[in-house]
Design a protein around this ligand. Structure first.
Ligand SMILES: C[S@@+](CC[C@H](N)C(=O)[O-])C[C@H]1O[C@@H](n2cnc3c(N)ncnc32)[C@H](O)[C@@H]1O
Length: 268
């Protein structure tokens, strides 16, 4: 994840940085997105059986994998794929799935009020500092009876990497995530009805730290800021990081925990 110790927006990087980073990752993303596939498939499985949208939105569509899944599931519907990263949209659009591909921000949706029946968003909203704005936009854009289904990440995600950096230089090198209780509180206050909200841990294993950080970079969520102060040289800091992370090693390899939040909300 991008180094956030000096970032605005309460610990999230600037939106232009996010868009540029994901645009750069558009070609490599799919090759390393196994967890993202699993989480999105789980979110699809959580859609209410009664959900038959005329128009759906894949919010933070990335390479469009789930836009295509939604297009296949709701064959008679109109689909919109939206992302803040134009490079992602350039990659996704030729692959189809949705009828429209739009550049936009989840906190300020460029869509008319009451224009969608389903907002599907997998692993994008952790990048939005103002989750209240996201929920309020969802409420505005949904038609009555419409559903917001999202997956996101909460505190505890990449905790091993965070703790390892803490040992090295005491600085924050990993994205700050909202607490699960904040998701609960903000969803409860949103005006949407909460059908379900839960968190589930997913643990991935890597042979070494470089495999993890290369994967984060290929996903567009890179870390390891080279410019950090801290007294040690770049190489010394890296060696210290590798050593610190080794304390977490398990028989399967070095663990990286993701705390995944799943939410399904409905507009009355
Ligand atoms: C981890 S990818 C997930 C992509 C896709 N949903 C999937 O599951 O494969 C996160 C996506 O969210 C997008 N994103 C980040 N912040 C956003 C925002 N404020 N509005 C819209 N999209 C955003 C990124 O550009 C990126 O394509």
């Amino acid at each position: 994840m991008t180094d956030l110790s000096h970032s605005p927006q309460g610990g999230l990087p600037d939106k232009r940085q996010v868009a540029a980073s994901f645009s750069r990752a558009a070609e490599s993303y799919d090759s390393v997105a196994a967890l993202q596939r699993k989480v999105g498939a789980e979110l699809l499985a959580q859609l209410p059986a009664s959900c038959e949208p005329q128009r759906w939105l894949d919010l933070g569509c990335g390479t469009g994998y789930f836009s295509r899944a939604l297009g296949e599931r709701f064959t008679a519907s109109q689909g919109v794929a939206l992302d803040i990263a134009e490079g992602m949209l350039r990659h996704a659009q030729p692959l189809g799935g949705a009828q429209q591909f739009i550049a936009g921000d989840a906190e300020r949706l460029p869509l008319q009020s009451a224009s969608c029946d389903l907002l599907f968003s997998s692993l994008a909203l952790q990048w939005c500092a103002d989750f209240t704005a996201v929920l309020s936009e969802a409420e505005r854009v949904l038609r009555p009876g419409g559903v917001l289904a999202f997956s996101s990440l909460c505190v505890g995600t990449l905790q091993e990497l965070r703790d390892s950096w803490q040992t090295v230089d005491g600085f924050v090198h990993v994205n700050r995530f909202r607490r699960f209780e904040d998701y609960q509180r903000l969803c409860a206050a949103s005006g949407l009805q909460m059908a379900s909200l839960q968190a589930q841990a997913e643990v991935l294993h890597y042979p070494d730290v470089r495999s993890l950080t290369h994967e984060l970079k290929a996903l567009g969520a890179h870390n390891l800021n080279p410019g950090r102060p801290g007294g040690l040289t770049g190489r010394a800091r890296m060696l210290a990081l590798l050593k610190a992370y080794e304390q977490f090693r398990q028989p399967q390899g070095l663990p990286a925990t993701y705390q995944v939040v799943y939410g399904v909300l409905r507009k009355d």
